[in-house]
Ligand binder design. Structure first.
Ligand code: ADP
Length: 584
């Protein structure tokens, strides 16, 4: 089987592109139908069964009345005609589908005739491509000549730079070792020294172990070295998420094209509409109120009195210099701002807040906190450090402390939308928007006991921008805290709209930001990497853009709800007839 794989290897990209062409270009009869497929199918099915019933009834009557069968009335002629028409339709539709389902697997160039294991897997999983071959799903290499700009970007290593992932007997041995459990899957990168090969082998072993195909999950076209020890362990491929662009968003006198990675239809279109309304009204303005990442360890003492002693020590301004010297030595960029203490019995929670340059800063603040705890141990030897994070930080959980005190960047973004724009672009009016905002975002959220959720859908925009720009999507929780305010101004003619977001946690260095795709999106916004002249200003600008995009998203969704368009537009963008036909 290995030999056969080697033989077929050179022509596989061609075969794949042929297969893709087959899949994409195959014109179905249903494409020509004027109505949605399910409507036509229902009509012909009903017609067919009704006509059959009618003819059978007529036949029975003729036999009872001894009428000759060849004496056909006009209605019977019509029924016979309808029978033929519906039969031709149903045969044409389902017959072709059936024949295609038989022909397709045999036209699949990768169909295996070989090993028993593979056959068993195919049976179990009913997949078209056997395990090993699923690894060879090379994507066609891009042919466009690189522009000077794209040349500068880190490009993922493509398949022709590396040996074929699973072709050798040695690989086969390693796969067997992983399947048998003698070679730990996590050790493959270190053992092989080639991250792509490690991913391919792990993927194959996983498919054999689970009997499930990963053939839709791409392996090729990704730089596996770039995530090693940073972003993801034990990779077997990557998920593709489309990136749409909302904008330009006119914010603080500059235009931004906002990248949004999402699979939610309507979201980008809606945010784009909000951007248009903002632009036509002269743009939005943002203010950054604070910038500090937090980490709060929990420490325990023998008595509440001792816990209070440490609280008093840390909150005394006289000691701040000493403590911050210990904190700041961990990084050039991490600078201690303050420590907020809270006591629960004899346990003390120390919420350290620090500036972190262009990094989102979790690692940076944690290192600083560790230094301070080590330092404090000298004066407070009875302090028992229970955890570097005691949830008073609070990371990736809804918590009032972030809503009230802020975490990461606290930003307010506002705009004055002209009454004319509200009517023509947003298709509603100022009074309706103000009323809806009061009853939905403020009162409705209060009734629901919301924590930071006084908005329509801030998390939609935050998540999409976060995924596109390599932020930690789990921090969407506190980053989406937002209160949306709307007020009629100029005698109710124009709309003042604002979003206040106290805990936007973003960075332009570290984590997923350095990966090729995410870095390209940051580049589009002009905030890629570290800002050499003014460390921290790239991350702060990104936070302002997030708030600006949220402002656009809030405006548009609130308008759609106010104008009663929400369901209609979702049906248009989320449930197109084309998609429904394809799915069926
Ligand atoms: P995080 O703290 O967000 O997890 P990392 O610790 O992974 O981020 O990345 C921050 C790293 O980037 C640190 O090693 C820091 O020294 C380096 N760095 C370089 N330039 C900057 C900058 N302008 N701002 C912040 N960090 C920077």
């Amino acid at each position: 089987m290995e030999a056969r794989r080697r033989e077929t290897q050179p022509s596989q990209p061609l075969k794949l592109s042929k297969q893709l062409a087959f899949d994409d270009d195959a014109t179905k009869a249903s494409d020509a139908l004027p109505l949605p497929l399910y409507v036509t199918n229902t009509v012909f099915f009903t017609l067919f069964f009704w006509v059959v019933y009618f003819l059978l009834t007529r036949w029975r009557e003729k036999i009872r009345n001894s009428t000759p069968l060849h004496m056909i009335s006009f209605s019977e002629m019509l029924a016979i005609f309808a029978l033929f028409v519906s039969l031709i339709y149903l045969l044409g539709f389902f017959g072709i589908e059936f024949v295609q389902s038989i022909i397709r697997p045999s036209s699949d160039m990768w169909a295996d005739d070989g090993e028993e294991d593979d056959i068993a897997l195919q049976k179990e999983d009913a997949r078209k491509v056997p395990c090993g071959q699923a690894l060879d799903c090379s994507l066609p290499a891009p042919v466009a000549a690189p522009s000077p700009e794209t040349e500068k970007l880190p490009t993922p290593k493509v398949s022709d730079e590396m040996p074929d992932p699973v072709t050798t007997e040695e690989d086969e041995e390693i796969i067997k070792g992983v399947v048998a459990g003698t070679t730990p899957s996590y050790s493959l990168e270190a053992k092989l020294g080639n991250c792509k090969r490690a991913a391919a082998i792990r993927r194959e072993a996983l498919q054999r172990l689970t009997g499930k195909s990963l053939s839709g999950l791409p392996l090729e076209g990704f730089d596996y070295e770039s995530i090693l020890g940073q972003c993801c362990e034990m990779p077997v491929g990557y998920v593709q998420i489309p990136v749409g662009i909302a904008g330009p968003l006119f914010l603080d006198g500059r235009e931004y094209s906002v990248p949004m990675a999402t699979t939610e239809g309507c979201l980008v279109a809606s945010t784009n509409r909000g951007c248009k309304a903002i632009n036509l009204s002269g743009g939005a303005t943002s203010v950054l109120l604070r910038d500090g990442m937090t980490r709060a360890p929990v420490v325990r003492f023998g008595t509440a009195k001792r816990a209070a002693d440490l609280k008093q020590y840390l909150e005394d301004p006289m000691n701040f210099e000493t403590v911050s010297a210990a904190f700041n030595k961990s990084s050039r960029f991490g600078r201690l701002q303050n420590i907020k203490c809270a006591i629960a019995g004899k346990n003390l929670y120390l919420r350290f807040s620090c500036s972190t340059g262009d990094a989102m800063g979790m690692n940076m603040v944690s290192k600083g906190v560790q230094n301070v705890l080590d330092f404090l141990q000298t004066d407070f030897p009875d302090m028992d450090v229970l955890g570097i994070s005691g949830n008073y930080c609070s990371d990736k959980k809804p918590a009032a402390v972030n809503w009230i005190e802020g975490r990461g960047k606290s930003v307010v973004c506002e705009a004055i939308i002209k009454g004319d724009v509200v009517r023509k672009v947003l298709k509603t009016n100022v009074a309706s928007l103000v009323e809806l905002n009061m009853l939905k975002n403020l009162t409705g959220s209060a009734m629901a006991g919301a924590l930071g959720g006084f908005n329509a859908h801030a998390s939609n925009i935050v998540s999409a921008v976060y995924i596109a720009t390599g932020q930690d999507p789990a921090q969407n929780i506190e980053s989406s805290h937002c209160i949306t305010m709307m007020e009629g101004i100029n005698d109710g003619e124009d709309l003042h709209v604002s979003v206040t977001m106290p805990s936007i946690e973003v960075g332009t260095v570290g984590g997923g930001t350095q990966l090729a795709s995410q870095s390209a999106c940051l580049n589009l916004l002009g905030v890629k990497g570290a800002n050499k002249d003014s460390p921290g200003s790239n991350a702060r600008l990104l936070a302002r853009v997030v708030a600006g995009a949220v402002l656009a998203g809030e405006l548009s969704l609130m308008s759609a709800i106010s104008a009663g368009q929400l369901v209609k537009s979702h049906m248009k963008y989320n449930r197109s007839n084309k998609d429904a036909a394809k799915a069926s």
